[in-house]
Design a protein. Structure first.
Length: 184
């Protein structure tokens, strides 16, 4: 590179535009359009609880009603344009909060499943440990449900008993007044 070209590039840096690059703006635009498409996939019951401006809400509802592929593509692009004119941070925060809640519910569900499986495999040992962790548990009901799973003779009865055990465990672990002792 000659000194004249180097000097020319240096002048552009000193006097040129110092904001985000065109590529960065395009990435942000695509990101906002993707967020709009994510919003459009949500059911109306969830959308009504999100902090959305009326113009954005209307664009989302219109996109949800479109069945033609080309029209839906154009509406998604319009949705991206609308998204660029609103503050996305409250929407991002609400979506993140919703995702965190869903993740907690999935984790709780899997924890209940693990306990149910332990009851099926270990029987009384798992019951004793569960009662230690959740002291307000109805011991008699829990042991009765656990016995019904292990003593069922047919697959249908075993499945029904496992579902009953799962429901009771979920009631105790998630929705019940019992609090787990953190001994681990």
């Amino acid at each position: 590179m000659t000194s004249q070209e180097n000097e020319h590039l240096q002048d552009e840096d000193d006097n040129g535009y110092d904001g985000p690059s065109k590529s960065a703006l395009k990435r942000e635009s695509h990101s906002l359009q993707k967020m709009g498409e994510t919003l459009a996939e949500l059911p109306p019951s969830v959308l009504k609880n999100l902090p959305l401006p009326e113009r954005l809400r209307d664009a989302i509802e219109h996109l949800q009603s479109i069945t033609a592929r080309g029209a839906a593509r154009r509406q998604r692009q319009y949705l991206g344009k609308v998204m660029r004119s609103v503050d996305p941070e409250p929407i991002r925060a609400a979506l993140e909060l919703r995702e965190q809640k869903a993740q907690r519910e999935r984790n709780q569900f899997h924890a209940v499943e693990r306990w149910r499986d332990r009851f099926i495999e270990e029987g009384e040992t798992a019951a004793t440990e569960f009662i230690e962790r959740y002291p307000d548990t109805d011991r008699q009901r829990l042991r009765s449900l656990a016995r019904s799973v292990t003593s069922a003779v047919s697959d249908d009865k075993r499945s029904a008993a496992a579902r009953s055990l799962f429901k009771y465990l979920r009631e105790v672990m998630v929705t019940g007044p019992a609090q787990a002792r953190d001994d681990n």
